[in-house]
Design a protein around this ligand. Structure first.
Ligand code: NAP
Ligand code: ZN
Length: 351
């Protein structure tokens, strides 16, 4: 094992502080990565503050970070896809069993033995896994290739925010001729707008923040609805094929269900701390459906990165040094980020 610099929280209420963590020595199938940029996902905040205590309680100290882009520094003897110097990305998963029906279907995110990038039992050295506010050692299968034309700070969020929106849109057939809604213009939502637009759909953004209207149009929206305005909402009743809900806090999903046409679908990717209230009639009356979606499998994540390379899609980021991570979390809660913080990990060397 070796020691790596990292930023961690030691409880649900403590700020991030500089620390060192143990990383495993490379096994033959491992890739060691010097992390260059790591995005800050709202999931990092939920997890650092133990807001998902009922589903996946946080083990402290916690080192979040699952939007990782970096350069390969070493590879194990059996690694064939990567060599030192290559660009590489790592998202929310670092391992799975590789043998179950989910893994065989390329849906590693649903494998019962999947290992999340942080806060999950570490099968190699015990304790829990530590994420990207550090450097990293990851099994080859979970390391992705980054198209060389993409800006690296903006590419990091693709492996969580990007795949979280790309995967359900592909699953639900978002394409030209479909009317698609994106609820919540945050880090995840703004990637949803870019993909819905790139896939050719008529794209409508629902936001609680009137100040984001111009940005939504610039990002690719055809229309913007201020969701607190009932008249604006009602104009779209019964008209959507698909709505992606990327809201991080409690909100009224029934208002969006009523905007779906017959057989339309709303997919939740936002994961608020508390349960959402659901009125049955909204679904019953037009055979509408409500579903969820969790990131995407490794092959689809690579497909998404390649799609981004072809269409020159990256996240809109504000690059910060790691020393500003506490401030960034407070700003995330105030919806004051356009539209993703990306940590320049070179700043960790100063610790
Ligand atoms: P974010 O950047 O903080 O964006 C969340 C957005 O939700 C805000 O920008 C805001 O958009 C809207 N919002 C916030 N509070 C609201 C409220 N009280 N009422 C209505 N709207 C509100 O967060 P993110 O990183 O995009 O993540 C969004 C959610 O997705 C989080 O819960 C995260 O854990 C989850 N997530 C899930 C997956 C998955 O695989 N399913 C993957 C990644 C993230 P407006 O200002 O436009 O209203
Ligand atoms: Zn995430």
């Amino acid at each position: 094992m070796y020691k790596a610099k990292a930023y961690s929280v030691s409880s649900a209420t403590s700020p991030f502080a500089s620390t060192t963590i143990a990383r495993r020595d490379l096994t033959e199938h491992d890739v060691q990565i010097e992390i260059l940029f790591c995005g800050i996902c709202h999931s990092d905040l939920h997890q650092a503050r133990n807001e998902w205590s009922g589903v996946m309680p946080t083990v402290y100290p916690c080192v979040p970070g699952h939007e990782i882009v970096g350069r390969v520094s070493k590879v194990g003897s059996a690694v064939t896809k990567f060599k030192p110097g290559d660009l590489a990305a790592v998202g929310c998963m670092v391992d799975s069993d590789g043998t179950c029906p989910e893994c065989k279907a390329g849906l590693e995110q649903f494998c019962q033995n999947m290992t999340l990038t942080y806060n999950f039992p570490d099968k190699h050295i015990g304790g829990v896994t530590y994420g990207g506010y550090s450097d990293s050692v990851v099994t080859e299968h979970f390391v992705l290739r980054v198209p060389s034309n993409l800006n690296l700070a903006g590419a990091a969020p693709l492996v969580c925010a990007g795949i979280t929106t790309y995967s359900p849109m592909r699953h639900w057939g978002v394409t030209k001729g479909k009317k698609v809604g994106i609820v919540g213009l945050g880090g995840v939502g703004h990637m949803g707008v870019k993909f819905a637009h790139a896939l050719g759909a008529h794209t409508v953004v629902f936001t609680t923040s009137p100040g984001k209207k111009d940005d939504a149009l610039r990002l690719g929206a055809d229309e913007v609805v201020i969701s607190r305005n009932a008249d604006e909402m009602n104009k779209h009743a019964g008209s959507f094929d698909f709505i992606l809900d990327a809201v991080s806090a409690n909100h009224d999903i029934n208002a969006y269900i009523s905007l779906l046409r017959r057989d339309g679908n709303i997919t939740l990717v936002g994961a608020p701390e508390k349960p959402l209230a659901l009125a049955a009639f909204g679904l019953i009356m037009a055979r509408r459906s409500l579903s969820g979606s969790c990131i995407g499998g490794i092959a689809e994540t690579q497909e998404m990165l390649d799609f981004c390379g072809q269409h020159n899609i990256t996240a809109d980021v504000e690059v910060i040094p790691i020393q500003k991570v506490n401030e960034a979390y407070e700003r995330l809660l105030k919806q004051d980020v356009k539209y993703r913080f990306s940590i320049d990990m070179a700043s960790l060397k100063a610790e």
